[in-house]
Design a protein. Structure first.
Length: 164
C-alpha cells in the first residue's frame, strides 16, 4: 500500500525534501510548451529511427552489391559499377547519419529551452543524466555507425577483389 504523505515525510527526515515550484507560465502557454516538448521528442525518435534505418539499409545494399559483383565479370562494367556505387553509397550514408545527428541536436536544444520554463522538478528529472554524458553516448554511437559503414564497404571491396 502507498504510504500516507505524513508517514513518508517522517521516514525521510534526514533527506532534503524538494519543494516543487510550478512553472510560471499561464495554462495555455504551459500546454503549448508541453506540445512543443512532445513534438521535439517525437522528432528525435524519428531521426534516431532514420539513422538506424540508414545504417541497416546501407549494410543490406552492400550485401546485394557483393552478390551482383561476385557474379559479374571482374573486368566488366557491372563489376566496376558495383565498386563505385559502394563508395558513393558509403559517403552518402555517412553524410546522412551526420545530418540526422545535427537534427537531433537542434531538437535537444529546443528541449533545453522548453524545460527551462517548466517546474523545478521537471528540470531536476531532466538533469539526472548530464549533457556531457548524453553527448558522449550519442557521439560514440554515431562513430560506431560510421565505422560500421566503412567496415562494411571495406569488406565488400575485399570480397570482390580478385583472388590470387
Amino acid at each position: 500500500m502507498a504510504k500516507a504523505p505524513k508517514e513518508a515525510a517522517s521516514e525521510s527526515e534526514g533527506e532534503e525534501v524538494l519543494t516543487v515550484e510550478p512553472s510560471e507560465l499561464d495554462e495555455r502557454t504551459h500546454a503549448e510548451m508541453l506540445t512543443l516538448f512532445g513534438a521535439s521528442t517525437n522528432q528525435i525518435q524519428f531521426a534516431k529511427h532514420q539513422q538506424w534505418g540508414t545504417l541497416l539499409g546501407t549494410l543490406g545494399l552492400f550485401v546485394l552489391l557483393g552478390v551482383v559483383g561476385d557474379y559479374a565479370s571482374k573486368t566488366g562494367f557491372l563489376f566496376k559499377l558495383c565498386l563505385i556505387i559502394s563508395l558513393v553509397l558509403s559517403a552518402g550514408a555517412i553524410y546522412s547519419l551526420i545530418i540526422y545527428q545535427f537534427w537531433q541536436n537542434a531538437e535537444r536544444e529546443k528541449l533545453g529551452l522548453i524545460s527551462a520554463r517548466l517546474s523545478n522538478l521537471a528540470r531536476q528529472i531532466r538533469g539526472v543524466v548530464t549533457d556531457r554524458e548524453r553527448n558522449i553516448h550519442r557521439y560514440v554511437l554515431l562513430f560506431f555507425m560510421m565505422a560500421s559503414i566503412v567496415l562494411g564497404n571495406w569488406l565488400l571491396i575485399v570480397f570482390l577483389s580478385p583472388k590470387v
